[in-house]
Design a protein around this ligand. Structure first.
Ligand SMILES: Nc1ncnc2c1ncn2[C@@H]1O[C@H](COP(=O)(O)OP(=O)(O)O)[C@@H](O)[C@H]1O
Ligand SMILES: [Mg+2]
Length: 428
């Protein structure tokens, strides 16, 4: 049988490169594809060098916490085998976390010195379902049964005099207060003992208290690193690095539009850039093959795909929020779309009415939205909105605004000939 042929090979190569550099659904694993965050990295690096300091990284879902966590070894100058990462799952306990980290770090412990058991038993599983994730460390994983309790003293004794980095990701999944309290205490122990091993706790939260709970004097031991949305130049850098690797050239106007639509979330830059780049690759089929170029056509097609390939949770939340048993209800859709036109994330109802009037091309008063807003915060409408305070609402999922902006942009292009002007696309 014939091989795929040179044309096909070039195309498949190109596709593989696109998927390597634009990863909307996976964290960044290679330093060369990690954009921006210079100050944050310097901050964390400094804290990791400061005796008696541990680190907490918190921020919204999708801002890039896991990517940063996976690459900390590189930015902070650790070797692969010095870093151990545990990813929390729902209902994880303090003991689960530390049993896995102790095991993963090679400190097997058994009853009365008996050796640990063989691989493949359930505890400390690798991979996405639960347990720990450790990309770059122990691959074979030994479960340990141990009668001795996992105490702060014992953990400290194990790690205090070795230089390691212990990263606990998705700590927001911890549900019980006791695990948080024990973690806070352990962090204090590590700091008081000036442990050489450092602990980094990572999770979705608006504040440190939300992540770890309120604990007195934790601020002395724990550096708080709030990860914000990415700035536009950082987002642009994702496209730049990616396109250097794929060698697809992006029109600067397209790159700008992608950056604007992404609303601070690298996820959407990857999503839009990936699909636009894939369409750009079609020219590799031509005879003679062209060189991939992302212009308006590719942007348009990529936008359409990106909407369809957006996270299901976003699509489903939106659909169930706007659909009624009989038909799509205009008022819900209008409300949600008008929200996306606001620059502030906490949207005042008066401003909402102004944007809705623009979209509907008729004057609508704020009162008209009271009912819809009251419904959109309810479970039946997937709690798509949250009431912030009197007269102010926001999307419950911060990624929702970008998703709806994608919808707005697409409809503007297909139904309004691009005539609508959205503030957030200014200059693009
Ligand atoms: N610094 C970065 N440079 C480029 N892409 C990034 C960066 N940080 C995150 N991403 C991308 O953004 C998306 C979300 O990243 P992730 O680290 O999973 O966020 P979080 O853990 O905060 O939810 C992924 O598609 C990831 O590839
Ligand atoms: Mg994450």
């Amino acid at each position: 049988m014939d091989g795929p042929g040179p044309v096909r090979t070039a195309y498949l190569d190109y596709v593989a490169r696109c998927r390597q550099v634009f990863t909307p659904f996976a964290p960044i694993e290679l330093p060369e594809f990690f954009a921006g965050r210079k100050e944050t990295i310097d901050d964390i690096h400094g804290e990791l060098q400061a005796p008696g300091r541990q680190v907490a990284v918190y921020g919204e879902r999708g801002v890039g916490k896991t990517s940063l966590a996976l690459l900390l070894y590189f930015f902070a100058g650790y070797d692969d085998e010095q870093v151990h990462i545990f990813r929390c799952h729902d209902g994880v306990t303090f003991d689960d976390i530390w049993r896995a980290l102790l095991t993963n770090a090679g400190h097997l412990f058994g009853v009365n010195g008996a050796q640990a058991e063989s691989a493949h038993s359930g505890e400390g599983r690798l991979g996405p379902v639960g347990g720990s994730l450790s990309r770059r460390t122990t691959v074979s994983f030994r479960a340990v049964r141990d009668a001795r309790a996992i105490t702060p003293g014992r953990i400290l004794e194990t790690f205090q005099r070795v230089r390691k980095l212990l990263i606990i990701d998705e700590f927001d999944r911890v549900q019980d207060a006791q695990t948080k309290t024990r973690m806070a205490e352990l962090i204090k122990h590590f700091s008081d003992a000036r442990s050489e091993t450092k602990i980094v706790v990572v999770g979705v939260a608006e504040t440190l208290n939300e992540l770890i709970g309120q604990h007195e004097s934790l601020s002395r031991s724990l550096a708080q690193i709030g990860l914000k949305h990415m700035a536009e130049p950082e987002l642009a850098d994702i496209i730049e690095r990616g396109s250097q690797r794929t060698s697809a050239k992006f029109d600067s106007s397209v790159a700008l539009r992608i950056v604007r639509l992404a609303d601070g979330f690298p996820h959407f830059v990857h999503l839009l850039s990936l699909y636009a780049s894939l369409y750009a690759g079609e020219c590799l089929h031509a005879a003679p093959p062209g060189s991939p170029h992302v212009g308006d056509r590719e942007y348009h097609l990529g936008l359409k795909s990106a909407i369809g390939k957006s996270e299901h949770s976003l699509q489903e939340a939106y659909e169930s929020a706007v659909i009624t048993t009989r038909r799509k209800s205009d008022i819900y859709e209008l409300t949600l779309r008008a929200m996306a036109l606001s620059e502030a994330r906490d949207v005042q109802v008066r401003e909402l009415a102004k944007h809705a009037s623009y979209l509907a091309r008729s004057e609508l008063r704020p009162e008209k939205f009271s009912n819809a807003l009251g419904e959109l915060v309810k479970e039946e409408r997937s709690r798509i909105l949250t009431k912030v305070r009197d007269g102010y609402y926001k999307y419950t999922n911060p990624l929702m605004r970008a998703y709806i902006r994608l919808l707005l942009e697409f409809d503007n292009r297909t139904q309004h000939g691009g005539q609508l002007e959205f503030q957030y696309m200014r200059g693009a």
